[in-house]
Design a protein around this ligand. Structure first.
Ligand code: HAM
Length: 456
């Protein structure tokens, strides 16, 4: 091959390689998705109900960055947890900082609490949030890599009444969304003192069964033995059936705290299940932990309640984290919180055919013909909106006929028609869509007239 041909071939190959590299995949990365307009009413409903509950209980909104320093999560959620070990979207910035897309909110909220000196505010400091989280998990039903959480955190109060209030709020939101087939599972994993002796017992127990554990759990036995309890590998699930349970090893203080919480839940008539195998996959928890799990209309009796819980996707969960703020450099601050997974709430609502929020529909349509009329109708549109009247229009459409078709399709009560003549005369035609009657009115009085007719 001649040198010239060789060069041409090389250039062509290079061009092709660039093309391959730049091929555009018309889809988001795996585990992420668009929420299309037809699904928005469900999301809107979830946002309305959650934000209303937060306001009713006195929680104020906080927004935190989507990206935080990586060590915020590795320290607070804990080395040895699935989230930190396998699921974080971490990367180095151009400036060399190691950062992570938030896999959850609690760590970031606690960081903000310390950073902004919120400890001086009246206690408890009640905060809520809503937004996206990122976990590089294996996508499957109800599990995404980008998902959305609503959550509340109350910082600065150790009374178990707050733990109960968190469960009450989560329960209320789920109920108000029309989801009734839910159970609350609660447990206590105690304070650091109880956890220390419990950890020793666990190590002792699992050491004797080490051969039966998965590779990850063999390592966890050294690093973080408590995490073996939330391993979902079949063989580990078998081994942990007879493992010691935290609830049997609580100190007096933690036992009383837990007992009081259960009494509050009884008072609130929230159906709960005490589940001593519940551990949750985050290290910052102390004392109370809980989860909201959907139940099937009929239970598979061959499966234990515990196994059933593990298999299901929780709609939400939370617990107390009395040591987190101090660990991040703040004052000793007891705290408790919960988060709900919005994607799972929406999925459950759809499954149950639950009601969703319907946007209010416009009652007036504004039709116009000609450039001058169009200019005038822009003003009319503004005047009606300011007066609180929802208006639809199709400024881009040509003929009056096609505009009236749109008005018909929208089911409005009144159509205002502004032609060149009306625009010059300072009038407007009001068409009653039900009767088809038309009347010419003074444009100055248009807003009052429309309001009067809508009232009728
Ligand atoms: P979490 O249990 O990891 O807790 O997440 C809370 C909820 O987020 C889950 O119950 C679930 O509904 C939803 N969720 C989690 N991962 C996914 C996923 N991959 N796809 C879809 N939904 C998911 C926390 O995040 C704690 N920060 C809760 C908390 C707040 N504890 C105290 N305060």
């Amino acid at each position: 091959m001649s040198p010239k041909k060789k060069i041409v071939k090389r250039v062509k190959a290079k061009k092709k390689a660039v093309e391959v590299k730049e091929a555009l995949l018309l889809q988001p990365p795996r585990g992420m998705r668009d929420i299309l307009p037809q699904d928005q009413p469900y999301w809107q409903q979830v946002r309305r109900v959650t934000e209303k509950a937060a306001a009713d209980f006195g929680y104020r909104r906080i927004d935190i960055p989507l990206v935080e320093f990586m060590n915020l999560f590795s320290r607070s959620i804990g080395e040895g947890t699935d989230i930190v070990e396998k699921e974080m979207y971490s990367f180095s910035t151009k400036g060399g900082e190691k950062v992570t897309l938030r896999p959850e909110f609690t760590a970031g909220v606690a960081r903000a609490y310390v950073q902004h000196g919120m400890h001086v505010a009246p206690k408890p400091v009640k905060l809520y949030y809503i937004g996206s989280c990122y976990r590089y998990d294996r996508p499957q039903e109800g599990r995404f890599r980008e998902f959305f959480q609503f959550g509340c955190e109350a910082l600065g109060e150790q009374d178990p009444v707050l733990d109960a209030q968190m469960i009450q709020m989560g329960w209320r939101v789920i109920f108000q969304l029309g989801i009734r087939n839910v159970k609350v599972y609660v447990n206590s994993i105690g304070c650091p003192a109880c956890q220390k002796s419990f950890r020793n017992l666990l190590v002792h127990y699992f050491e004797s069964k080490k051969q039966k554990l998965c590779i990850d759990c063999k390592r966890r036995l050294e690093v973080n033995p408590l995490r073996i309890l939330d391993c979902k590998e079949d063989k580990c699930v078998q081994v942990k059936v007879n493992a010691p349970q935290s609830i049997d090893h609580l100190c007096d203080d933690c036992r009383i705290h837990f007992k009081e919480l259960l009494e509050y839940l009884e008072e609130l008539e929230i159906p709960f299940e005490l589940d001593s195998t519940l551990v949750r996959g985050l290290d910052y928890y102390t004392k109370t932990i809980f989860e909201f799990i959907p139940t099937l209309p009929s239970r598979d009796e061959s499966v234990s309640e515990n196994e059933e819980r593990i298999k299901k996707n929780a709609l939400g969960g939370g617990g107390r984290y009395d040591g987190l703020v101090k660990m991040l450099g703040g004052e000793d601050t007891p705290a408790v919180g919960f988060s709900l997974g919005l994607d799972r709430l929406v999925a459950e609502m759809k499954k149950l055919g639950a009601k969703f929020y319907r946007e209010p529909k416009p009652k007036v349509f504004l039709a116009q013909l000609g450039t001058f009329a169009k200019r005038k109708s822009l003003r009319m549109f503004e005047a009606l909106e300011r007066a609180g009247v929802m208006v639809a229009e199709s400024f881009g459409r040509g003929s009056l006929k096609s505009q009236l078709k749109v008005a018909d399709r929208l089911g409005v009560e009144i159509t205002l028609i502004l032609g060149q003549k009306e625009a010059l005369d300072g009038t407007v035609i009001v068409k009653d869509m039900a009767s088809g009657n038309q009347e010419i009115i003074d444009a100055e009085k248009m807003v009052d007239e429309v309001k009067k007719r809508l009232k009728k």
